[in-house]
Write a new protein. Structure first.
Length: 133
């Protein structure tokens, strides 16, 4: 979500509310074209899950195979923008605001703590810091 073009794509797709919520199925949109300035290596939405964030690095090994394997195991995988308060998704300024990304399994919903990539990164950083001390 570091690129405004990606946030705009996500907002456009979730606003369609294909199932009444602000989400879309990754399988339906993985081949949708997307254009990101200075990232000619990313042509479709699914490429975002297959390439490194650093444009100077080579694509991850098995680039398109990763997204295909992921969707084979999780065919209903969704990209979801939560409605935190009435109008929060509709009024989201996707150009100026970069949200945290959460990875949520259904069994985690009852726990009440949504693990975001930011909190996971902090936990990993603390883990390695503790081990090196």
């Amino acid at each position: 979500m570091q690129y405004a073009e990606v946030r705009s794509f996500v907002k456009e797709k979730v606003m369609l509310q294909f199932d009444g919520d602000y989400d879309f199925l990754l399988a339906f949109e993985k081949d949708s074209e997307i254009s990101i300035a200075d990232r000619d290596d990313i042509r479709v939405f699914g490429d975002l899950f297959s390439y490194n964030n650093d444009k100077d690095l080579d694509p991850k090994s098995g680039s398109s195979a990763f997204i295909d394997d992921l969707l084979e195991e999780n065919p209903l995988l969704q990209v979801h923008v939560p409605e935190l308060w009435e109008g929060s998704t509709v009024n989201w300024d996707e150009i100026a605001h970069t949200p945290n990304i959460a990875n949520l399994q259904l069994v985690e919903i009852d726990k009440g703590d949504l693990p975001t990539y930011l909190t996971a990164a902090k936990k990993m950083d603390n883990h390695f810091r503790d081990r090196s001390a």
